[in-house]
Unconditional design. Structure first.
Length: 148
């Protein structure tokens, strides 16, 4: 029996996959639990239309992310931190400070989409962070830590 998955299922498939499973597994588990629907001809047509519309929306999001990436490549950040006389930072610089610095420059980026290449930044200097704007669009942003 062919079914269309409504969500990701481990060891079975991803959301929107059309897969073949045994009749009992589909009728007694997947369909009643709401994990899948029966893949009739009508359901396949609706499924194809949904995938087509989703691909169009995804393309628009990717284009917007590419435009923002081009603007972000021109940005260089300077972040101030309290330091000792030897240049050691009290605490550390993390993604929250980078997200706030980007917001001041006019870019709204969630801190969860920022990753710092060095685990902990404890000293004054130049570093780089990666911003994930889309699942296929990543931008490296250089930033400098200075003493306040």
């Amino acid at each position: 029996m062919n079914v269309i998955l409504k969500q990701d299922m481990p060891n079975l498939g991803s959301k929107d996959d059309i897969i073949a499973v045994k009749n009992g597994y589909a009728r007694n588990y997947l369909i009643p639990k709401g994990y899948a629907i029966n893949a009739t001809e009508q359901a396949k047509k609706v499924h194809a239309e949904i995938l087509r519309q989703r691909a169009h929306k995804e393309e628009q999001l990717k284009e917007a992310a590419m435009k923002m990436a081009e603007e972000l490549k021109k940005v260089s950040l300077t972040i101030g931190a309290k330091t000792s006389t030897k240049g050691k930072i009290f605490g550390s610089v993390n993604t929250i400070q980078i997200a706030e610095a980007l917001t001041e420059k006019g870019f709204e980026v969630d801190r969860k989409n920022i990753s710092i290449k060095d685990d902990l930044i404890k000293e004054v200097g130049s570093y780089s962070a990666t911003v994930k704007l889309h699942k296929e669009v990543l931008v490296d942003i250089p930033f400098e830590i200075i003493s306040e």
